[in-house]
Design a protein around this ligand. Structure first.
Ligand SMILES: [Zn+2]
Length: 170
């Protein structure tokens, strides 16, 4: 944008906006575990209206938050049959379109998963690739980390998996 009263290089600056997203889903028997668009072999899966991809949901919320576009529940309500069992990556593609239409570009996205099990390390690269593809950015703009909660609380007891994401838009 142009800043009145300034000339040359000083007169233009990039608008940067930051957003965060947080999501938790319950682990239950008889469901596939899908995280970051990767189906991970595990004894339980996440419960939800969609494929319950907790990581993708937190990324969607971070992007929507940064763009000032509300949250995932407003745009894709879980009361709607349209979103039943939908691949969350499809929602992320729609979110990316929405923020692109508002003129924003994704600078980077940083994510943390909270779970006692499984270990996500070996799936990290595949998850980053999937997210990069959906957001149409280079994989090195995405960073995925995972942590346990040292056996404490809902994650420590293996009741669910949580994800937290931060997105920077330009
Ligand atoms: Zn969710």
């Amino acid at each position: 944008m142009k800043i009145p009263g300034l000339t040359g290089q000083e007169s233009t600056c990039r608008i940067m906006r930051i957003g965060n997203g947080y999501d938790v889903h319950k682990l239950v028997k008889g469901r596939k575990l899908v995280v970051g668009g990767v189906t991970i072999p595990f004894e339980k899966g996440l419960l939800g209206h969609s494929d319950a991809d907790v990581l993708v949901h937190s990324v969607c919320d971070a992007l929507l938050g940064a763009a000032g576009l509300g949250d995932i529940g407003t745009h894709f309500p879980d009361s709607s049959p349209e979103f039943r069992d939908i691949k969350s990556m499809k929602l992320l593609v729609r979110v990316r379109r929405m923020i692109t239409e508002k003129g924003y570009r994704i600078q980077n996205v940083d994510c943390t998963l909270f779970a006692e099990a499984p270990k996500f390390f070996r799936y990290r690269q595949a998850m980053e690739q999937n997210l990069a593809q959906a957001m149409e950015i280079e994989p090195d703009r995405i960073n995925i980390k995972a942590t346990t909660t040292e056996g404490l609380g809902m994650f420590g007891r293996g009741e669910g998996i949580g994800a937290m994401s931060t997105a920077l838009l330009e």
